[in-house]
Design a protein around this ligand. Sequence first.
Ligand SMILES: Nc1ncnc2c1ncn2[C@@H]1O[C@H](COP(=O)(O)OP(=O)(O)OP(=O)(O)O)[C@@H](O)[C@H]1O
Ligand code: SF4
Ligand SMILES: [Mg+2]
Length: 354
Amino acid sequence: MTATEAQTSRSATARTPLMTLTNASQTFHTKAGPIKAVDDITLSINPGEVLCLVGESGSGKTTAARMAAGLTHPSGGEIAFGGKDIWSMDKTEFSAFRRSVQYIHQDPYASLNPTKSIQAMLTAPLRVHHMVKGKREAAARAAELLTQVDLTPPEQYLSKFPHQLSGGQRQRASVARALTLGPQIMIADEATSMLDVSIRISMLAMLGRLRDDLNVGFLFITHDLAIAKYFGWHGKTAVMYLGRIVEFGPTPQIINSPEHPYTKALIEAIPEPDPDHVRVQDGGSLRSMEIPSLTALPSGCTFHPRCSAFEEGLCDVTVPQLTLVGPAQTAACLVAARDHGVVAPRARSDERGA
Ligand SMILES: Nc1ncnc2c1ncn2[C@@H]1O[C@H](COP(=O)(O)OP(=O)(O)OP(=O)(O)O)[C@@H](O)[C@H]1O
Ligand code: SF4
Ligand SMILES: [Mg+2]
């Protein structure tokens, strides 16, 4: 390779995000018929970056996260890591990918082996992957990992079993386990939603420290925009509704200048402690609390039965596509697009068939 070729290759690598989901879809075949739990989403995450995925229950967050982690094969589109489609990787590449991307579940109790002490849980992967030389080094590394997640002094926790820890301590232990193999991306799926508020805040602070100190990227999943605002302020936020991304952009823009009525409604639901903070309210309230079924999606914009900005003859007919509504901010709303001078292409309302 010539010097110029090497430089071109380096700059191409620098431009390629670490993880990308490109037009990724997931269809489940159920008794009620096929459902598109995730429909054509495109996202990327870089080291040290936070991408928040926000939406109500059933919007497809976990399905998207499981595809990103390589736990399920997408029914359409591509998941790539380091520029390579994970499903065309050879065995060695795929296992390196699986080590680089770690999943933290909502319920740590369900993901921790009840029969293993914390020390055994942390040292086993270190030894299997030859990341330490012997028992003593493994124990020292386990203690270091516990310190990184604020379980201190570590000696107090190494011999404990999951049932001897509190919910917050268990979740910290599962983060320590996720750190054993030096991940580049962590997928935190509602990782703090089962914790009390004060524990949640300290847990988020700890995860933020890992992001900064270890340059770990996060796919951070939450149904609560307030948590996304807190953890992902310097990152990006994607808002999902019925399997699709309806708004995407830098988190401060999503919070301060939302364009999609669904995002506005989610923001309205955030309790606002600062009375000086004036929030955009127009178009934010919902016409209905009922989330439509994925087996019988509404025509046109699937949000139209709930949307306060609904326009008959437009929203129930045309499927909105993500369009630019601000600097690096996109929204899938026909009215927002029109307000920004974008004429939406007329798409058939049945184009979301599974
Ligand atoms: N294995 C599966 N088989 C059939 N349907 C599924 C399967 N997994 C998920 N679904 C459906 O796909 C949709 C999206 O589910 P998903 O768990 O991704 O949503 P979510 O946004 O993570 O919700 P929550 O906030 O409740 O965790 C739901 O309607 C769910 O019932
Ligand atoms: S397209 Fe219409 S129904 Fe859909 S979010 Fe925009 S205003 Fe509401
Ligand atoms: Mg989920």
